[in-house]
Design a protein around this ligand. Structure first.
Ligand code: DC
Length: 225
């Protein structure tokens, strides 16, 4: 698709709603940069785990955020994540890091550091930025904002399928429970909680394939962009 202006497109929503897959598809179609902000929180969480930092120790969290070096690149349609020079693409996707990322992301010291990083990456436009607070806090002036949602049972199923395909030994009920719990804490935290921006376009993807979702979003981008 040809567009004159290189837009900032914000995509928010709860976990396992299809944000990452669709964001990559859109970035690919538009030749934009895909910015996975959740991966940044996950990378910080991995270091927190490795260093045994207490998530209530804001000073240590601030120190860690000031020194981490997170780099993204796309390789064969997959997002590769480098943390301090090592490949952590797989390591940051484990269920324990999902939970830890959710707790560290509630901390002001962490949000503050990553917010600056995210704004720097997106400032020139031509970006699909995916997360929880992109349309509300990170890019309140984004050109187009989407808020994706789907029923919890469907999101649980999607996350379960993803983990099974990776060879993890998980239980559907447990995965659904964890997904819902994580969303609850992401939506009720004090700073930058997960919520739709007032000017976001809401899409319920419960009964849509990822291709249908991408097509619908591309159509909207074409009309508004
Ligand atoms: O999108 P994800 O599942 O990879 O995100 C992991 C956690 O990071 C999520 O539970 C909440 C947090 N997060 C956030 O607080 N703000 C963002 N913009 C993106 C993710």
């Amino acid at each position: 698709m040809q567009m004159k202006k290189r837009l900032v497109i914000a995509i928010d929503g709860p976990s396992a709603v299809g944000k990452s897959t669709v964001s990559k598809m859109l970035a690919n179609s538009l030749d934009y940069t895909y910015v996975d902000t959740g991966a940044m929180y996950r990378a910080v969480a991995l270091r927190v785990e490795e260093e045994g930092i207490d998530t209530d120790d804001e000073a240590s969290l601030a120190r860690l955020c000031a020194e981490v070096d997170i780099l993204f690149s796309m390789e064969n349609g997959r997002l590769k994540v480098m943390l301090d020079g090592r490949d952590v693409t797989e390591a940051i996707r484990s269920p324990s890091i999902s939970l830890l990322a959710s707790s560290v992301s509630a901390k002001m010291a962490v949000r503050d550091a990553l917010l600056k990083f995210q704004r720097r990456i997106g400032k020139n436009g031509g970006v699909i930025v995916e997360g929880r607070d992109i349309g509300t806090v990170v890019f309140p002036d984004a050109d187009i904002k989407f808020y994706l949602d789907a029923l919890p049972e469907e999101r649980g199923k999607r996350r379960y399928k993803e983990l099974i395909e990776k060879g993890e030994n998980v239980d559907l009920k447990e995965v659904t429970r964890e997904t819902v719990l994580r969303d609850r804490s992401d939506s009720t935290r004090e700073y930058a909680p997960l919520k739709a921006a007032v000017d976001a376009i809401d899409i319920d993807s419960t009964h849509m394939s990822v291709q249908e979702l991408a097509d619908k979003m591309l159509k909207i981008i074409g009309e508004l962009g």
